[in-house]
Design a protein around this ligand. Structure first.
Ligand SMILES: NC(=O)C1=CN([C@@H]2O[C@H](COP(=O)(O)OP(=O)(O)OC[C@H]3O[C@@H](n4cnc5c(N)ncnc54)[C@H](O)[C@@H]3O)[C@@H](O)[C@H]2O)C=CC1
Ligand SMILES: CCCCCC(=O)/C=C/C=C\C=C\C=C\[C@@H](O)[C@@H](O)CCCC(=O)O
Length: 256
């Protein structure tokens, strides 16, 4: 899939990995809708992107992935202004082990909420043009991290939701591919603030030290997302992204 003229929606786009995804899509010719709850950071990024790519290439909208109302309004505005939704990146996430209900609501609920509303615009069976969804899980979505059980559960949920949606979309002829990326530690604000958010398991944070030699740069994650968007053969893929590169994860088959 060439990105020229395509429209991408990215959640949690104001900073970190979401920002890097937005930038690489713009560099490759797409129009990008930046969604985030952090309005000052979103507006500031939009200003910077306007200088680099032109005002007509991106939009920022304040949108919480916890709010059905915000999501409906943001996606309708995207279609009204840019004409379609071709690419969706469900990337927004938090880690607050002591507020595990919010962690579930954003990390897993947000992915499901956003996907189901976006399907109304993208699904070929309901007049959409099809497209591709790439979700941001984590290595914690494949190998649970002892310091953050609730976060790990949400990220396992994102992997499962993505794989099930890929199969459901193919079987229903929606024309939408679904893939998920599982990065190890990435150098963003998420990690610098996260140590306060481990709650009852904060004493176990040090146990993760051996699991990550260097943090990835957000641009490395964005390149992996771009590959999954552009390669039309990729559907239902789970990609582990570590310091040694990309690995396509395989799961047991025919269990029942
Ligand atoms: N940084 C890391 O080491 C890793 C991060 N991840 C995942 O990558 C994703 C992005 O994380 P980072 O860029 O590192 O974090 P970040 O904290 O730099 O950026 C996350 C963005 O999500 C936004 N956000 C939070 N709640 C939101 C909501 N309700 N609605 C919309 N936007 C919301 C924040 O305002 C922020 O701009 C998350 O899903 C995270 O779990 C996965 C593996 C490693
Ligand atoms: C640890 C949970 C945060 C969630 C981020 C995520 O999804 C995946 C993280 C993967 C690996 C984490 C490695 C953690 C290492 C830490 O013990 C420590 O080495 C990091 C120090 C943080 C810093 O840079 O100051």
């Amino acid at each position: 899939m060439s990105l020229g003229g395509k429209v991408a929606v990215v959640t949690g786009a104001a900073k970190g990995i979401g920002k890097a995804i937005a930038e690489i899509f713009l560099q490759n010719g797409a129009k990008v809708v930046l969604l985030d709850v952090d309005e000052p950071a979103g507006k500031s990024l939009k200003y910077d992107l306007d200088q680099q790519f032109g005002e007509d290439r991106s939009l920022f909208m304040k949108c919480s992935v916890e709010s059905d109302e915000d999501i409906k309004a943001a996606l309708q505005s995207t279609v009204d202004i840019f004409g379609s939704i071709d690419i969706l990146c469900n990337n927004a996430g938090i880690l607050k082990e002591d507020d595990w209900e919010k962690t579930i609501s954003i990390n897993l609920g947000g992915v499901i909420r956003m996907t189901y509303t976006a399907l109304e615009h993208m699904n070929k069976r309901s007049g959409g043009q099809g497209g591709v969804v790439v979700n941001t899980s984590s290595v914690a979505g494949l190998d649970p991290l002892l310091s953050c059980p609730a976060y790990s559960a949400t990220k396992h949920g994102v992997v499962a939701f993505t794989r099930a949606m890929a199969a459901a979309s193919s079987a229903s002829e929606y024309g939408i591919r679904f893939n998920v990326i599982c990065p190890v530690r990435v150098q963003t604000d998420f990690f610098s603030s996260v140590s306060q958010n481990f709650g009852r398991f904060s004493h176990l944070l040090g146990a993760l030290q051996k699991s990550s030699e260097r943090a990835l740069d957000p641009s490395e994650v964005a390149e992996c997302v771009l590959d999954l968007v552009m390669d039309e053969m990729k559907n239902g893929e789970t990609v582990l992204l570590s310091q040694s590169g990309k690995k396509y994860v395989t799961f047991p088959q025919n269990l029942w």
